[in-house]
Ligand binder design. Structure first.
Ligand code: PEP
Length: 251
């Protein structure tokens, strides 16, 4: 059985005080929901405060990125073990905004994923095609290349710490969600690919999240698909009420 994950990516939004307001409003709204892994990913500077605020709650903490080295002369970077140290259990890796604006490639995503997993973090590894790639019928080949590159060299046992997020780039922040069928088709493809690259039990167990304009009114349809195991939520995670409505899709 795959426990659903609903993760909120707060991107570059909110001060520490605003982040605390949001999480303090969110906590009671999701408190009764123990059937879902609920995760929030604030900016780095708010991680410590949010970690204090969620203690004893059913909300987990994620960072939005990490580096692959443990320490050294790498100005500006943050190592997975430091994310553990500040209270993170999860880290988002290879978000399309990182790939698009910060030069992330499947190779850097792969290094970060391995480093995160070996530090004991759950890596939420993002893949997704551009609109032009979908329109030219390259969706499956793009996803295959991204999955193969991003997860290369992982051992079967590493998958206890891997979550995949399928986020079609054309659906992120645009209000255009993939239809339930479009999302399911790619999720099923990814699960088959994981069977081929790793094995059936890894594929059966790995959570595959959908991301791209998930809102309270479309989450149920998406979550009713057999291969969709949760959501990575951007815009709608910035308000407690809408994120709670998404996280509580099951109640
Ligand atoms: C995201 O940033 O991962 C995302 C899916 O954003 P949005 O929900 O705003 O489309």
């Amino acid at each position: 059985m795959r426990i659903p994950v609903i993760a909120g990516n707060w991107k570059l939004f909110k001060t520490i005080a605003e982040s605390l307001d949001l999480v303090n409003e969110l906590k009671p709204l999701v408190a009764g929901n123990h059937g879902v892994e609920i995760v929030v990913a604030p900016v780095f500077t708010a991680l410590s405060s949010i970690n204090d605020a969620i203690k004893g709650s059913n909300i987990s903490l994620a960072a939005q990125d990490c580096y692959w080295e443990e320490e050294g002369a790498f100005t500006g970077e943050v190592a997975p073990k430091l994310l553990k140290d500040v209270g993170c259990s999860h880290v988002i890796i290879g978000h399309s905004e990182r790939r698009q604006y910060f030069g992330e490639t499947d190779l850097t995503v792969n290094k970060k994923t391995k480093a995160a997993v070996s530090a004991g973090l759950k890596a939420i590894v993002c893949v997704g095609e551009l609109l032009a790639e979908r329109e030219s019928e390259q969706t499956f080949s793009v996803i295959e290349k991204q999955i193969q590159g991003s997860l290369a060299g992982l051992a079967v046992e590493d998958f206890a710490h891997v979550i995949i997020a399928y986020e079609p780039v054309w659906a992120i922040g645009t209000g255009k969600t993939a239809t339930d069928g479009q999302a399911q088709e790619v999720h099923a493809f990814i699960r088959k690919l994981i069977t081929r690259l790793f094995n059936q039990s890894v594929a059966d167990a790995v959570r595959i999240l959908y991301g791209g304009s998930v809102k309270p009114d479309n989450v149920k349809g998406l979550m009713s698909q057999p291969d969709i195991d949760g959501a990575l939520v951007g815009g709608a995670s910035l308000k407690a009420e809408t994120f709670a409505a998404i996280a509580n899709f099951n109640v």
